[in-house]
Write a protein that binds this ligand. Structure first.
Ligand code: ARG
Length: 466
């Protein structure tokens, strides 16, 4: 009598027993990687067509496979598909379902293909669409910033170093510094998207395939720029996911730093901005509280991108070539980073657009911190005093003003002249924060005219990308 074997139907041939339930649970990744179903099916559809064109499977096989895959896609999207943990992953779940629908034809789909080149293909396709979305969202965030900067290109506020008042700047200028941070993120993600557009299919398990599928055609069909040059590298390379999470981490720390500023600016002590109620929550005990929770969570959540990057680096660092099952662990890191980027960017853009700025408060803070001390030193330099000497003279003036609890611009001219005869009435222009700003009229400077130029450039950049 034939003994009934209960091994996995897809690779049970060499097994005499099934994995125990606990081993199945331990090795299964379906709860996480089922998110890749769309890319898995797209890859299989294209691969099946490649097999047909190479006359490895018949037209009839192909038609059964493609019909089957399309109906599986519908089942998954309508929530009817039954995911089976004992089938390990997204690839095997879909392939088993296909076999139920298309029988022997379906059993030919995996000819010359391995889950090793399949997963790398799925991930690349997935990240391609994730990055497209992230790029759009970055663009959107940049638009919100540039539009705010346009409104506030002339409004002044203190610029800070070491969290201390340093020099006056325009709010538009400060906002556009956020724009620049995101612009570098945009270019990093775009470059990664190009670099990872290499199709692994045809690499099979590790050594390549004997079945002569036209890889170039297949790559074009799946919208890849090129095909991999080395099958061993193709199945073991996860640089692209590391790069993706590295980019996400840098974006994450950018968003975090900006949100840190929003948290500070929205505090009662600063009162520079008011975040819309939508992005804040109250306290369960203190009735007066309005907390900037979204900004805080964007700041806090960025740690997940860094954790993902660290996780992937440590996941990959000891793996010998080529594929190892360890790599299955990459998905949670990838999804955690991508979910953070997409959900945070979306809220971030709205938060910036809806933010109300208290320009009067910002302006008022330019009347403290001896904010134009550097301008006074510049004034002396323009009248031929060496900069180091000017620095010392102004230092003494600041000390004097502080001893009287005054700002330099509040000191009468004759008192200033006690420190150096170089000073005359025209110094007033240098001590006024508005004038100080106007004078910084070099490219990249804070003068309103420069900021306006940069706003125009920024808006054009965004528009040209759409
Ligand atoms: N689920 C696996 C992963 O994510 C797919 C590849 C499995 N390959 C294998 N030979 N077990 O990496």
């Amino acid at each position: 009598m034939k003994k009934k074997i209960t091994t996995n139907p897809l690779w049970g041939g060499r097994f005499t027993g099934a994995a125990t339930k606990s081993v199945q649970d331990y090795t299964s990744s379906i709860d996480v990687d089922k998110r890749l179903y769309k890319e898995d099916i797209a890859g299989s559809l294209a691969y099946a067509l490649g097999l047909k064109e190479a006359k490895i499977i018949s037209a009839k096989d192909y038609s059964k496979i493609s019909k089957g895959l399309k109906s599986i896609l519908k089942e998954i999207e309508s929530g009817k598909f039954q995911w089976d943990k004992s089938l390990e992953d997204v690839h095997m779940n879909i392939e088993s379902a296909l076999i139920k629908k298309a029988g022997n034809s379906a059993k030919k789909l995996h000819t010359g293909r391995s889950r090793n080149d399949q997963i790398s293909t799925d991930l690349r396709l997935h990240l391609d669409s994730v990055i497209k979305n992230i790029l759009n969202l970055i663009n959107q965030a940049q638009l919100s910033i540039a539009e705010k900067a346009k409104v506030h290109s002339e409004d002044i506020m203190p610029g800070f170093t070491h969290m201390q008042i340093a020099q006056p700047v325009t709010l538009g200028h400060h906002l556009l510094s956020w724009f620049e941070m995101l612009e570098r993120d945009f270019s990093r993600f775009s470059e990664t998207k190009e670099r990872m557009s290499v199709m692994p299919l045809g690499s099979a398990a590790l050594a390549g395939s004997r079945f002569r599928v036209d890889r170039e055609k297949l790559a074009k069909r799946l919208d890849f720029n090129s095909t991999s040059n080395n099958s061993m590298d193709a199945v073991s390379d996860r640089d692209f996911v590391i790069e993706f999470t590295a980019n996400s981490s840098i974006l994450g720390i950018h968003l975090s730093r900006i949100c840190e500023e929003l948290v500070i600016w929205s505090s009662s002590q600063f009162n520079y901005v008011q975040l819309s109620d939508e992005f804040c929550t109250g306290s369960s005990i203190m009735p007066q509280k309005k907390n900037p929770d979204v900004a805080e969570l964007i700041r806090g959540g960025s740690s997940k991108t860094i954790a993902s990057l660290m996780g992937l680096l440590s996941l990959m660092k000891n793996q010998p070539l080529s594929y190892n099952r360890d790599m299955q662990e990459d998905k949670e890191f990838i999804f955690s980073a991508s979910d953070y980027c997409t959900s945070s960017l979306e809220l971030f853009s709205h938060m910036i657009s809806d933010m109300i700025v208290n320009t009067e408060r910002m302006k008022a803070d330019c009347n403290m911190g001896q904010i134009t001390a550097t301008d006074l030193a510049d004034y002396l330099v323009e009248r031929d005093m060496p900069f180091r000497k000017a620095h010392e003279v102004v230092g003494k003036i600041v000390k004097h003003a502080e001893s009287k609890n005054l700002q330099i611009f509040e000191l009468p001219i004759n008192e200033l002249q006690k420190f150096t005869k170089v000073i005359s009435n025209d110094v007033k222009n240098y001590l006024d924060p508005h004038e100080a700003i106007k004078a910084r009229n070099l490219k990249g400077g804070t003068a309103p005219s420069q900021v306006k130029k940069q706003v125009t450039r920024a808006l054009k950049l965004i528009k040209n990308r759409k």
